[in-house]
Design a binder for this molecule. Sequence first.
Ligand code: F6P
Length: 343
Amino acid sequence: MIVGILTGGGDCPGLNAVIRAVVRTVHNAGGRTIGLLEGWRGAIQNQSIELTLDATNEIIGRGGTILGSSRTNPYKILGDDLRVAESFRKLGLQSLIAIGGDDTLGVAYQLYSEQGLAVIGCPKTIDNDLSSTDQTFGFDTSINIVMEAVDRLRTTAESHRRIIVVETMGRHAGWITCYSGIAADADFILVPEVKVDLDRMCNLLKKRRENGKPYGIVVVSEGVTLSLDEEFVTQDAELDDFGHVRLGGIGEMVADIIEKRTGFETRCVTLGHLQRGGPPSAYDRVLGTRLGIHAARLAINKDSGKMVALRGTNIVSVPLDTAVGKMRTLDLDVLKEAEEFFK
Ligand code: F6P
């Protein structure tokens, strides 16, 4: 029995924990695991490596992915999906585990339904925006990174009596911003799910200063849009293989507005890819390991067309078609709870 595995899309801490768990579980069942390199690109070009117990034994604490990743889409260039199917056959795979976000999992579903390939999905992203799982691994590590960054920014903000605006990733979902903002005691947070109220934010920052707090922290999601005289969206014009724009730049705009409206000296820090780098938290190591074990069990049992998911505290499997194509935006109840601190 040979099981294939690949990691697609933006990397995140915890991917290596999944790989290690798959290799171990397949080995225990008497099989071998082959890793396809750099996401779907490796599947198209048939580039792979043998994943042994020795090579994967100690990778649980390492960030990124030992397989490499890419945003390659086999449905962008005519015939690439057939090349994936050919690699699948040449390698003699019983099943292929695709670890990724909505794009990677969408391809996994198409390959399963159109090419009949035995593909199994495993959800990952720091953005936490996948609809069929309660939490994605990578998210916990990233909110801890933002929290630690804000803890450091707080002392310099206080020394200089400044406002610091921290721009976070997360695309069009505000999970990272809201959770890290709560954990780091931000004075205000701006998320894509809610219309931005600049007057309210600036008045609050002024009120806090009048009440004796000489500095402020604002956390803003990269996907926030501003309505001033016209709609402002900060994004790169170039699209990736899946048609996504690159977001970024809203933090600088918000900092500028705060400085102009309040008169307080303001700076912006964009955390960017720092939020995806470095070792995974204990939570992400455990979640990645559990998902990997369950994905491998599906692969061993030839139970494909499914995605492993976290429901409550259990790992379950759900049909891939119900798991893709729907973005899970921030739970607004959590935002309402956070609002208690923005008064
Ligand atoms: O989806 C994960 C993510 O980190 C987003 O939060 C962010 O917008 C995007 O990927 C950045 O992509 P890239 O690594 O291609 O710049």
